[in-house]
Design a protein around this ligand. Structure first.
Ligand code: ZN
Length: 315
Protein backbone atom coordinates (compact mmCIF):
# COMPACT_ATOMS: atom_id res chain seq x y z
CA UNK A 1 0.00 0.00 0.00
CA UNK A 2 3.02 2.30 0.23
CA UNK A 3 4.35 1.51 -3.25
CA UNK A 4 2.98 4.48 -5.21
CA UNK A 5 2.00 8.00 -4.23
CA UNK A 6 -1.59 7.70 -5.50
CA UNK A 7 -2.14 4.57 -3.46
CA UNK A 8 -0.65 6.32 -0.43
CA UNK A 9 -3.11 9.17 -1.04
CA UNK A 10 -6.01 6.71 -1.02
CA UNK A 11 -5.12 5.30 2.37
CA UNK A 12 -3.92 8.53 3.98
CA UNK A 13 -5.50 8.84 7.43
CA UNK A 14 -4.90 12.54 8.06
CA UNK A 15 -4.83 15.38 5.56
CA UNK A 16 -3.77 18.80 6.71
CA UNK A 17 -5.71 21.54 4.90
CA UNK A 18 -5.71 25.32 4.94
CA UNK A 19 -9.05 25.19 6.78
CA UNK A 20 -7.24 23.85 9.85
CA UNK A 21 -5.12 26.97 10.29
CA UNK A 22 -5.38 30.06 12.48
CA UNK A 23 -2.71 32.75 12.12
CA UNK A 24 -1.62 34.82 15.15
CA UNK A 25 -1.05 38.52 14.43
CA UNK A 26 0.64 41.03 16.76
CA UNK A 27 -0.64 44.61 16.46
CA UNK A 28 1.35 47.35 18.14
CA UNK A 29 0.13 50.82 18.93
CA UNK A 30 2.25 53.83 18.03
CA UNK A 31 4.54 52.41 15.34
CA UNK A 32 4.54 53.28 11.66
CA UNK A 33 6.40 50.30 10.16
CA UNK A 34 6.49 46.56 10.89
CA UNK A 35 9.05 45.58 13.54
CA UNK A 36 10.72 42.22 12.99
CA UNK A 37 10.67 39.90 16.01
CA UNK A 38 14.25 38.66 16.36
CA UNK A 39 13.45 35.38 18.07
CA UNK A 40 10.65 34.55 15.57
CA UNK A 41 12.10 34.84 12.05
CA UNK A 42 9.46 35.96 9.57
CA UNK A 43 7.11 37.37 12.25
CA UNK A 44 6.50 41.07 12.91
CA UNK A 45 4.80 43.48 15.25
CA UNK A 46 2.52 45.36 12.90
CA UNK A 47 1.01 48.82 12.88
CA UNK A 48 -2.74 48.82 12.32
CA UNK A 49 -2.53 49.53 8.56
CA UNK A 50 -0.17 46.66 7.96
CA UNK A 51 -2.39 44.30 9.92
CA UNK A 52 -5.08 44.97 7.32
CA UNK A 53 -2.60 44.15 4.55
CA UNK A 54 -1.73 40.98 6.44
CA UNK A 55 -5.38 39.95 6.59
CA UNK A 56 -5.66 40.64 2.86
CA UNK A 57 -2.79 38.21 2.23
CA UNK A 58 -4.40 35.63 4.53
CA UNK A 59 -7.76 35.84 2.77
CA UNK A 60 -6.05 35.47 -0.60
CA UNK A 61 -4.38 32.31 0.73
CA UNK A 62 -7.80 31.15 2.04
CA UNK A 63 -6.61 30.99 5.67
CA UNK A 64 -9.97 31.05 7.49
CA UNK A 65 -9.02 32.76 10.73
CA UNK A 66 -6.71 35.09 12.63
CA UNK A 67 -6.13 35.53 16.33
CA UNK A 68 -5.17 39.08 17.27
CA UNK A 69 -2.78 40.07 20.05
CA UNK A 70 -2.43 43.71 21.06
CA UNK A 71 0.62 45.58 22.28
CA UNK A 72 -0.50 48.87 23.87
CA UNK A 73 1.56 52.04 24.24
CA UNK A 74 0.83 52.27 27.95
CA UNK A 75 0.71 49.59 30.63
CA UNK A 76 -0.61 49.92 34.18
CA UNK A 77 -1.37 47.80 37.23
CA UNK A 78 -4.90 46.90 36.13
CA UNK A 79 -4.24 46.56 32.39
CA UNK A 80 -6.81 49.23 31.61
CA UNK A 81 -5.75 49.51 27.95
CA UNK A 82 -7.05 45.97 27.47
CA UNK A 83 -10.69 46.99 27.92
CA UNK A 84 -10.64 50.51 26.50
CA UNK A 85 -13.33 50.77 23.81
CA UNK A 86 -10.87 52.27 21.34
CA UNK A 87 -7.90 50.21 22.49
CA UNK A 88 -5.50 48.62 20.03
CA UNK A 89 -7.42 45.37 19.59
CA UNK A 90 -10.89 46.91 19.64
CA UNK A 91 -9.83 49.33 16.86
CA UNK A 92 -8.16 46.57 14.85
CA UNK A 93 -11.17 44.27 15.06
CA UNK A 94 -13.48 47.07 13.90
CA UNK A 95 -11.24 47.80 10.92
CA UNK A 96 -10.73 44.18 9.92
CA UNK A 97 -14.43 43.34 10.16
CA UNK A 98 -15.49 46.47 8.28
CA UNK A 99 -13.12 45.68 5.40
CA UNK A 100 -13.30 41.88 5.29
CA UNK A 101 -16.59 40.98 6.97
CA UNK A 102 -17.12 37.24 6.99
CA UNK A 103 -14.13 36.53 4.72
CA UNK A 104 -12.13 35.96 7.88
CA UNK A 105 -13.09 34.72 11.34
CA UNK A 106 -11.59 37.06 13.91
CA UNK A 107 -10.53 35.60 17.24
CA UNK A 108 -9.24 37.85 20.01
CA UNK A 109 -6.95 36.92 22.86
CA UNK A 110 -8.55 37.85 26.18
CA UNK A 111 -5.88 38.35 28.81
CA UNK A 112 -4.15 41.05 30.82
CA UNK A 113 -0.46 40.15 30.60
CA UNK A 114 0.38 42.35 27.59
CA UNK A 115 -1.39 45.26 29.29
CA UNK A 116 -0.22 45.09 32.91
CA UNK A 117 3.01 46.73 34.06
CA UNK A 118 3.81 43.62 36.13
CA UNK A 119 3.22 41.27 33.16
CA UNK A 120 0.88 38.85 34.95
CA UNK A 121 -2.40 37.58 33.53
CA UNK A 122 -4.44 38.83 36.48
CA UNK A 123 -4.69 41.52 39.13
CA UNK A 124 -1.93 41.39 41.72
CA UNK A 125 -2.43 42.01 45.43
CA UNK A 126 0.39 41.59 47.94
CA UNK A 127 2.42 39.70 45.38
CA UNK A 128 -0.40 37.25 44.61
CA UNK A 129 -2.56 36.94 41.52
CA UNK A 130 -6.14 37.35 42.72
CA UNK A 131 -8.45 35.09 40.74
CA UNK A 132 -11.98 36.34 41.40
CA UNK A 133 -11.26 40.04 41.04
CA UNK A 134 -9.56 39.32 37.73
CA UNK A 135 -12.74 37.76 36.30
CA UNK A 136 -14.50 41.11 36.18
CA UNK A 137 -11.70 42.60 34.07
CA UNK A 138 -11.53 39.62 31.72
CA UNK A 139 -15.27 39.99 31.17
CA UNK A 140 -14.87 43.68 30.36
CA UNK A 141 -12.17 42.80 27.80
CA UNK A 142 -14.29 40.09 26.17
CA UNK A 143 -17.38 42.32 25.93
CA UNK A 144 -15.33 45.16 24.43
CA UNK A 145 -13.97 42.77 21.79
CA UNK A 146 -17.46 41.48 21.01
CA UNK A 147 -18.73 45.04 20.71
CA UNK A 148 -15.94 45.71 18.18
CA UNK A 149 -17.10 42.72 16.12
CA UNK A 150 -14.98 39.75 17.22
CA UNK A 151 -16.41 36.39 16.14
CA UNK A 152 -14.71 34.38 18.86
CA UNK A 153 -13.08 35.48 22.13
CA UNK A 154 -10.27 33.39 23.55
CA UNK A 155 -9.65 33.74 27.29
CA UNK A 156 -6.05 32.73 28.02
CA UNK A 157 -5.46 33.85 31.62
CA UNK A 158 -6.08 30.42 33.22
CA UNK A 159 -8.21 32.01 35.98
CA UNK A 160 -10.79 29.67 37.52
CA UNK A 161 -14.30 30.50 36.36
CA UNK A 162 -13.19 32.76 33.49
CA UNK A 163 -15.29 31.01 30.84
CA UNK A 164 -18.49 31.23 32.87
CA UNK A 165 -17.89 34.87 33.79
CA UNK A 166 -17.25 35.79 30.16
CA UNK A 167 -20.23 33.77 28.86
CA UNK A 168 -22.56 35.53 31.30
CA UNK A 169 -21.03 38.90 30.47
CA UNK A 170 -21.39 38.38 26.72
CA UNK A 171 -24.97 37.11 27.01
CA UNK A 172 -26.14 39.95 29.19
CA UNK A 173 -24.52 42.51 26.86
CA UNK A 174 -26.39 41.01 23.89
CA UNK A 175 -23.54 38.99 22.37
CA UNK A 176 -24.90 35.49 22.77
CA UNK A 177 -23.64 34.59 19.26
CA UNK A 178 -20.02 35.33 20.09
CA UNK A 179 -18.24 32.02 20.69
CA UNK A 180 -15.62 31.21 23.30
CA UNK A 181 -12.38 29.43 22.52
CA UNK A 182 -11.04 28.54 25.95
CA UNK A 183 -7.33 28.13 26.55
CA UNK A 184 -8.38 25.23 28.78
CA UNK A 185 -5.18 23.27 29.27
CA UNK A 186 -2.50 25.94 29.13
CA UNK A 187 0.79 24.83 30.58
CA UNK A 188 3.58 26.83 32.18
CA UNK A 189 6.03 26.24 29.33
CA UNK A 190 9.46 27.45 28.26
CA UNK A 191 8.22 27.26 24.68
CA UNK A 192 6.45 30.64 25.11
CA UNK A 193 9.81 32.45 25.35
CA UNK A 194 9.83 34.02 21.85
CA UNK A 195 6.16 35.14 22.21
CA UNK A 196 7.06 37.02 25.37
CA UNK A 197 9.77 38.84 23.46
CA UNK A 198 7.24 39.61 20.73
CA UNK A 199 4.56 40.95 23.08
CA UNK A 200 6.82 42.27 25.87
CA UNK A 201 4.79 40.18 28.29
CA UNK A 202 7.49 38.61 30.44
CA UNK A 203 6.40 38.85 34.11
CA UNK A 204 8.57 41.31 36.05
CA UNK A 205 8.42 39.13 39.17
CA UNK A 206 7.86 35.42 39.67
CA UNK A 207 6.48 33.20 36.93
CA UNK A 208 3.09 31.85 35.88
CA UNK A 209 3.31 28.47 37.56
CA UNK A 210 0.74 29.45 40.18
CA UNK A 211 -2.03 29.62 37.55
CA UNK A 212 -0.81 27.80 34.43
CA UNK A 213 -0.64 24.00 34.47
CA UNK A 214 2.30 21.81 35.40
CA UNK A 215 3.47 20.02 32.26
CA UNK A 216 4.00 16.83 34.29
CA UNK A 217 0.24 16.38 34.71
CA UNK A 218 -2.19 14.67 32.40
CA UNK A 219 -5.53 14.05 34.21
CA UNK A 220 -5.51 17.68 35.33
CA UNK A 221 -5.83 18.73 31.68
CA UNK A 222 -9.04 16.69 31.41
CA UNK A 223 -10.45 18.29 34.57
CA UNK A 224 -9.64 21.78 33.27
CA UNK A 225 -11.24 21.04 29.91
CA UNK A 226 -14.34 19.54 31.55
CA UNK A 227 -14.79 22.63 33.73
CA UNK A 228 -14.53 24.91 30.70
CA UNK A 229 -17.09 22.87 28.77
CA UNK A 230 -19.47 23.03 31.74
CA UNK A 231 -18.92 26.79 31.91
CA UNK A 232 -19.87 27.22 28.25
CA UNK A 233 -16.72 26.88 26.12
CA UNK A 234 -17.44 26.28 22.43
CA UNK A 235 -13.87 25.31 21.55
CA UNK A 236 -11.29 23.94 23.98
CA UNK A 237 -7.56 24.33 23.58
CA UNK A 238 -4.39 22.51 24.53
CA UNK A 239 -1.28 24.72 24.63
CA UNK A 240 1.54 24.15 23.67
CA UNK A 241 1.02 21.45 21.05
CA UNK A 242 4.12 19.52 20.04
CA UNK A 243 5.18 18.28 23.48
CA UNK A 244 1.50 17.71 24.39
CA UNK A 245 0.18 15.44 21.63
CA UNK A 246 -0.97 12.90 24.22
CA UNK A 247 -3.15 15.55 25.86
CA UNK A 248 -4.65 16.65 22.54
CA UNK A 249 -5.52 13.00 21.92
CA UNK A 250 -7.03 12.49 25.37
CA UNK A 251 -9.05 15.72 25.22
CA UNK A 252 -10.42 14.95 21.77
CA UNK A 253 -11.30 11.33 22.46
CA UNK A 254 -12.80 12.10 25.89
CA UNK A 255 -14.98 15.11 25.08
CA UNK A 256 -15.45 15.10 21.27
CA UNK A 257 -15.49 18.90 21.35
CA UNK A 258 -14.02 21.22 18.72
CA UNK A 259 -10.42 21.09 19.84
CA UNK A 260 -7.71 23.64 19.13
CA UNK A 261 -3.98 23.23 19.62
CA UNK A 262 -1.55 26.12 19.88
CA UNK A 263 1.68 25.40 18.00
CA UNK A 264 3.50 28.03 20.06
CA UNK A 265 6.32 30.45 19.32
CA UNK A 266 9.13 28.20 20.61
CA UNK A 267 7.93 25.31 18.46
CA UNK A 268 7.99 27.63 15.45
CA UNK A 269 11.34 29.20 16.24
CA UNK A 270 13.18 25.93 16.75
CA UNK A 271 12.17 24.69 13.32
CA UNK A 272 13.07 28.07 11.79
CA UNK A 273 16.46 28.01 13.52
CA UNK A 274 17.28 24.46 12.47
CA UNK A 275 16.13 25.31 8.94
CA UNK A 276 18.44 28.31 8.82
CA UNK A 277 21.35 26.22 10.05
CA UNK A 278 20.67 23.65 7.35
CA UNK A 279 20.04 20.97 9.99
CA UNK A 280 16.41 20.36 9.03
CA UNK A 281 14.29 20.98 5.97
CA UNK A 282 11.96 23.64 7.32
CA UNK A 283 8.99 22.93 5.09
CA UNK A 284 9.06 19.18 5.68
CA UNK A 285 9.52 19.60 9.42
CA UNK A 286 6.70 22.13 9.74
CA UNK A 287 4.25 20.06 7.70
CA UNK A 288 5.14 16.90 9.63
CA UNK A 289 4.56 18.63 12.96
CA UNK A 290 1.28 20.26 11.88
CA UNK A 291 -0.02 16.97 10.47
CA UNK A 292 0.92 15.18 13.70
CA UNK A 293 -0.98 17.77 15.75
CA UNK A 294 -4.03 17.18 13.58
CA UNK A 295 -3.55 13.39 13.72
CA UNK A 296 -3.50 13.61 17.53
CA UNK A 297 -7.00 15.11 17.42
CA UNK A 298 -6.80 18.85 16.84
CA UNK A 299 -9.54 20.28 14.64
CA UNK A 300 -7.69 23.57 14.30
CA UNK A 301 -4.13 24.73 14.86
CA UNK A 302 -2.99 28.18 15.89
CA UNK A 303 0.37 28.46 14.17
CA UNK A 304 2.91 31.02 13.01
CA UNK A 305 3.42 28.70 10.03
CA UNK A 306 -0.17 29.28 8.82
CA UNK A 307 0.78 31.55 5.92
CA UNK A 308 3.65 29.43 4.71
CA UNK A 309 1.70 26.21 5.24
CA UNK A 310 -1.18 27.61 3.17
CA UNK A 311 1.27 28.28 0.35
CA UNK A 312 2.95 24.89 0.66
CA UNK A 313 -0.39 23.07 0.71
CA UNK A 314 -1.64 24.87 -2.38
CA UNK A 315 1.49 24.19 -4.47
ZN1 ZN B 1 -1.80 36.19 29.88
Amino acid sequence: MRRASKIRDLVKGTSLTVNDLIYPVFIKEGISKPEPIDSMPGQYRLPMEDSLKEVEVLTSLKVPSVILFGIPKKKDATGSEAYRRDGVIQSAVKEVKSVFGDKIAVITDVCLCQYTDHGHCGLVKDGEIVNDETLRLLTLIAVSHAEAGADIVAPSAMMDGQVQAIREGLDSAGYSNVAIMAYSAKHASCFYGPFRDAAYSRPVFGDRQSYQMDYSNSDEALREVELDIDEGADIVMVKPALAYLDLIYRVKTTFRMPTAAYNVSGEYSMIKAAGRMGWLDEKSAALEVLTAIKRAGADMILTYFAKEAAEWLSS
